[in-house]
Every structure is written in structure tokens, then in C-alpha cells.
Design a protein around this ligand. Structure first.
Ligand code: ATP
Ligand code: MG
Length: 449
């Protein structure tokens, strides 16, 4: 029925004509991570449900309302990952990365699944670039991952993001704070949304994260976590700020940014844009010093972030940030007849081995149709090979942008292609004020010494 021709709500296809943009963003993320020493880790798309209940926390919206959870045929409860951290921690422990040199720094590009109301910047299948750093309690690590995120944005030419920074302290200082929060919100209990009434008992910090307008208004007058930091947490927070400043990374303190779970600690941050509408948070992260232990490991101070790639794309498009052009075929071979086709296959193989994108018509159509196709593919050069060219061994290479034509030998096609295409590219190159004849490099020197 009609269902099979419709993608699931909240999912998005990436089509061949635009995929180079995604590839560019992904490559930039990985290259940046590499510079900071974060190696890619790949974990399964599904895990035991319990991992996320414990790892994300069962008072969060993600676990309470948004997970894709099902029983598999063996009766196990399975969940499609809603985020990347829990799986990375599981893998870190299971594969003994915890016994290698610390800190262990990993990154990933993954799909995530959340049952949310689809809208601009909010999908049910979305993608994240994330990093995790296991085993450093130093504020240097906090500054390092923030610098990494910033470096991705800079490399992509994104501007105008605000880095909002907060500290939510440690379990020690938070006990006091939670008490104060509970007292404050209890005064307004009747006006709170139902979810928040429940949160008030289970985890009052999550009230600060509520999206209902009325609760948001109430939250404005709530006690501020920064006033409750213990000495150690305050010192850590000061150092993070100092290290960011040392790298010229601007930030704004926002005490309303929270991660309301016991195993999230100290630094939390978001990179926020005002050019992509309500879903403006492009990247969120922070410390989770208690999580590795919560999931069965040693006490391991750790931290990370998740960056939403669809939001990043929206942002780049909204800002007209520069994308590289899609790759074009270097050469299209128009071949006519059996002999020419065999010759074309030979040349195609040699050209591809040299790294040139080379295509021929798989439908063996007329010259006109092949030319039209080459045009649609936006090939840089074309060459027509028919009986005549096979016989003489000479064909005409045509630059499809300029219309310029050059003779080329079929026997030494690749060399000829190098000479002609590079010669054209470098035509305008001047060395020491003189036009450089690149072709001269390929000419055999016949002069006697
Ligand atoms: P939000 O407040 O937008 O719901 P979140 O706190 O649920 O975000 P995180 O769990 O911190 O988000 O995920 C990290 C990043 O992943 C977000 O900052 C955002 O860029 C992206 N992201 C989260 N949920 C979605 C979604 N449903 N669709 C697209 N991107 C998302
Ligand atoms: Mg969310």
C-alpha cells in the first residue's frame, strides 16, 4: 500500500546530489577529533534497554518518553540508542579500554533514535558527532573538549554561536542545592505541569529543564546552583573558565543549563544558535564523573559532548556557510562500436587507477545522447572514441567548461590527460613573474648538453 512508498515520520533521506555536504561535515568532525587525539569508536545501534535506563537516567525525558524500545524474538528488551555516551561507556568497560593509558579519548558519528514530535531540527532518527574522554578529572579536559567542538564550528565557517557554560557541582554540594530547589518549587506546586510535580519528588533539578512556558517562568526565580558550589567544584569551574580564556574561547555563564542526574557533575555546556529557530542547541555536553562507576566500572571522572548533525547542517545553510562543490567526473568517454568500447574500457581502467573519476555510457547510446549525459554529469572533459580514433590512435579531448580541444594519443592516454588537464589548471600560474609552462615538465629533453 501507500505505506511502502513513505519514509517513517521523523526520518530523512539524504540524496546523492546533496550527500557531499554531509560527507564534508562528517570528515571535518573526524579530522578535527584526530587533531585532538580522539579516535573513532563504533558501537551497535541497539543495546540492552537497561544500559540506557541506567546510563541516561530514568528520570530524563529521553528514558521516560522518547526511547524506541522493543522485545526481540528471544524476549530481551532492546533499545535503539537515543544517544552515544552509554554505548561508549559500555564498550570502554567491556573491552578493557579502562586498562589502557588514561585518559582514553574516543569519538563517534552515529545515528540516534528518539520518539519525539518531529519539527524543524527535531527528528526521530538523527545523527550526532560525539566525543568522550575517560579518566581525567582535570579542568584541562573540560576546556579541551569545548575547544574541540569550537574547532569543528570554526573549520566549517560557522559564526555567531554562543557557548553557554554552567557548573552543576558534585553530589556533595548538590544535596544542599536540591533541598533549596525543592523548597522553592513546592511553593508553586499547584501551577507546575504534571511531569514537574513528579520531578519535584524524584529529581528537582530537572524542573529547570522543563519546556512548558508557565514552569519556565517559575524557574526564573529559582535558587541558582552556582551559589551552592563546594570549594573544589568552584575551583574547578574557575579553572575551566581560565583555560577557555587562554584559548580565546568566549562563553556566557548560564545557571539554567542543567543535566539533572546524580552522575552528571561540574561542567555542563551548550553551543546555541539563534539562526535556526526554537531548536537552537547544536551541541550539548559536560562532565559525568559518576557514570562509569554507575555502569559497573571503577571511579572514572569523564566527560563528553554530543553535536546534532542535522542542526549543524541547518545552521550552515541558514548562514550560507561555504560547502565544497560536489565531485565532478574528470572524464567521460563517448565510445561508439565494439572496438572503441574495448579501447574505452582499457583507458577507463588506467584512468581510474591514477585516481581520475572516469565514466562511460553503460547504455551504449548515440553520440548525441552520450554527450547530453556527460553534460548532465557535469564531467570536466570528454573524449569521443569511434572506429576512426581506434585506427589512427588519436582522439580529441574536449574541456567541457571552456570548449577547448586538444589531440590526445590513445596509447599514452593517461600521460596526455595529465599534461593537458594540469596544463590548463596551471595556465595562470606565474613563477617569478613569468608564466609557467607546465607542459614543459613532460617534454622529452632532446637538447644536447
Ligand atoms: P533538546 O533540548 O533539543 O531536546 P537534548 O538535551 O535532548 O536536546 P542531547 O541529548 O544533549 O539533546 O543531544 C545532543 C544534541 O543532539 C543536541 O544538542 C541536538 O543538537 C541533537 N539532538 C537531540 N535531539 C535531537 C532530535 N530529536 N533531532 C535532531 N537533533 C537532536
Ligand atoms: Mg531532547
Amino acid at each position: 500500500m501507500a505505506l511502502i512508498t513513505k519514509a517513517i515520520k521523523g526520518t530523512k533521506d539524504v540524496l546523492p546530489k546533496e550527500v557531499h555536504k554531509n560527507q564534508y561535515i562528517e570528515a571535518t568532525c573526524l579530522e578535527t577529533a584526530e587533531k585532538f587525539g580522539f579516535k573513532e569508536i563504533r558501537t551497535p545501534v541497539f543495546e540492552h534497554t537497561e544500559l540506557f535506563q541506567r546510563g541516561v537516567g530514568d528520570t530524563t525525558d529521553v528514558v521516560q518518553k522518547e526511547m524506541y524500545t522493543f522485545d526481540d524474538k528471544g524476549g530481551r528488551s532492546i533499545t535503539l540508542r537515543p544517544e552515544g555516551t552509554a554505548g561508549a561507556v559500555r564498550s570502554y568497560l567491556e573491552n578493557g579500554l579502562c586498562n589502557e593509558a588514561l585518559p582514553q579519548k574516543v569519538c563517534y558519528l552515529t545515528s540516534c533514535y528518539r520518539y519525539e514530535k518531529p519539527q524543524a531540527g527535531r527528528l526521530r532518527e538523527f545523527h550526532q558527532f560525539g566525543v568522550e574522554c575517560f579518566g581525567s578529572q582535570s579542568p584541562l579536559a573540560d576546556a579541551e573538549i569545548i575547544a574541540l567542538a569550537k574547532s569543528v564550528f570554526d573549520s566549517l565557517g560557522i559564526e555567531g554561536l554562543t557557548l553557554e557554560l554552567n557548573s552543576i557541582g558534585c553530589p556533595k554540594c548538590r544535596a544542599e542545592y536540591q533541598k533549596a530547589l525543592k523548597e522553592y518549587f513546592t511553593q508553586y506546586k499547584d501551577r507546575l505541569c504534571d511531569t514537574c510535580k513528579d520531578r519535584l519528588e524524584r529529581n528537582p533539578m530537572r524542573l529547570l529543564d522543563c519546556k512548558s512556558p508557565e514552569d519556565k517562568e517559575i524557574a526564573k526565580g529559582a535558587p541558582v546552583v552556582l551559589d551552592y558550589l563546594c570549594e573544589e567544584c568552584q575551583e574547578h569551574f574557575d579553572k575551566v573558565q581560565q583555560y577557555l580564556k587562554a584559548q580565546d574561547i568566549e562563553f556566557k555563564i548560564n545557571p539554567n543549563i542543567v543535566r539533572g542526574l546524580d552522575y552528571y557533575t561540574k561542567t555542563v555546556f551548550e553551543f546555541i544558535s539563534d539562526s535556526i529557530g526554537a531548536q537552537g542547541t547544536v551541541c550539548g555536553g559536560g562532565r559525568y564523573d559518576g557514570l562509569v562507576k554507575e555502569l559497573g566500572g571503577q571511579d572514572t571522572p569523564s566527560l563528553g559532548f554530543g553535536m546534532g548533525l542535522e542542526r549543524l547542517m541547518l545552521l550552515m545553510e541558514a548562514q550560507n556557510a561555504p560547502f565544497p562543490e560536489a565531485e565532478r567526473p574528470d572524464l567521460f568517454i563517448v565510445a561508439l562500436g565494439d572496438k572503441a568500447t574495448l579501447k574505452a574500457l582499457e583507458i577507463t581502467k588506467d584512468m581510474r587507477a591514477e585516481g581520475f573519476g572516469t565514466q562511460l555510457d553503460l547504455n551504449q547510446r548515440s553520440v548525441r545522447a552520450q554527450m547530453k549525459y556527460a553534460d548532465k554529469l557535469n564531467a570536466k572533459f570528454n573524449v569521443v572514441i569511434g572506429d576512426n580514433e581506434v585506427e589512427t590512435g588519436i582522439a580529441t579531448l574536449k574541456n567541457m567548461d571552456t570548449g577547448e580541444q586538444s589531440e590526445i594519443s590513445l596509447e599514452t592516454f593517461v600521460n596526455g590527460f595529465y599534461r593537458i588537464s594540469l596544463d590548463e589548471q596551471l595556465k595562470d600560474l606565474e613563477i617569478n613573474g613569468e608564466e609557467f609552462d607546465f607542459g614543459s615538465l613532460f617534454k622529452v629533453n632532446t637538447e644536447e648538453e
